[in-house]
Write a protein that binds this ligand. Structure first.
Ligand code: ADP
Length: 263
């Protein structure tokens, strides 16, 4: 399939050879883990690759209440009858598509039990409730993301799980690439997009000290979108960058001072 001829492929600007690694993982039935901070392009990358490869994508935003049954499926009562309804993981296995588990560490522990036989050479999904055991067809691929930056020791991915995945480390793109992404996504001109990326560079140096995480590409795009639509820079930076990053007035003031030094 030629990506150039497919206008519906979402825009993704690669940072390195991640598209090749993804293609090889998919072609060889290997699961893939994307590691990196929030808002740096992991989800967009998966959407881009799924469209490029012409595969259906089932994305699941994992949360601390998400259980194996949410992924696999459950019996539901429909018009007085009990019917089995596939969950997103089962649908992806049946269709031979991609299942993307965003922030997989957030999910409940029983999810790992389901993922293990799917992520080794068995490539099997066991559905206890129906007694089915599905062999994943060749195109099926499991992709998960994980943000190693969060300081929660309880939410680390267990080695027994992480050693089943190929992994790619993601980070915020280097300045010229991030400027191109911000400009393309927001419609703001290159010069003003570059100024936001410069501000991001300063803010990211603070992360870990006063800030839990640096500003994401996503927030820069929000700020750029507001500015492109006519909002003043100061107000846009306040609403899209300073307030989302911190609730503490002294940290917010430090961010405002940084912004003033850039503008
Ligand atoms: P994550 O899944 O890492 O939290 P996303 O994929 O949702 O982050 O990225 C947030 C936004 O940033 C996307 O919607 C997209 O607009 C933009 N973005 C980030 N990196 C890129 C990139 N390399 N190419 C294109 N868009 C990007």
């Amino acid at each position: 399939m030629n990506a150039m001829n497919m206008p519906s492929v979402p825009f993704y600007r690669p940072a390195g050879d991640e598209c090749t690694v993804f293609e090889m993982a998919q072609a060889n039935g290997l699961p893939l883990l994307l590691k990196g901070p929030t808002g740096c392009g992991k989800t967009r990358f998966v959407e881009h690759m799924a469209a490029r490869l012409g595969l259906p994508l089932h994305t699941v935003a994992c949360h601390d209440d998400l259980s194996a049954a949410d992924l696999i499926g459950r019996y539901l009562l429909k018009g007085g009858e009990t019917v089995w309804v596939d969950g997103p993981l089962t649908r992806a296995v049946r269709e031979g598509g991609i299942c993307y588990l965003d922030e997989v560490v957030e999910a409940r522990k029983d999810v790992a039990v389901v993922l293990h036989p799917l992520t080794d050479d068995r490539r099997r999904l066991v559905i206890d409730r129906t007694g089915e055991e599905l062999a994943a067809p060749k195109p099926f691929m499991l992709v998960a993301s994980y943000n190693p930056g969060y300081q929660n020791i309880l939410k680390k991915l267990k080695p027994s799980t992480r050693q089943r995945f190929l992994s790619i480390g993601f980070d915020f793109p280097e300045a010229s690439a991030e400027t191109a992404v911000v400009a393309a996504e927001s419609g703001l001109d290159e010069d003003r997009s570059a100024a936001l990326v410069r501000l991001a560079g300063h803010i990211r140096k603070l992360s870990g000290m006063d800030l839990e995480e640096g500003v994401s590409t996503r927030l820069l795009i929000y700020a750029a979108t507001l500015i492109a639509k006519g909002m003043g820079v100061e107000r846009a930076v306040e609403a899209a960058i300073i307030e989302p990053l911190s609730d503490e007035s002294d940290v917010q003031q430090a961010l405002r001072d940084l912004a003033a030094s850039v503008y």
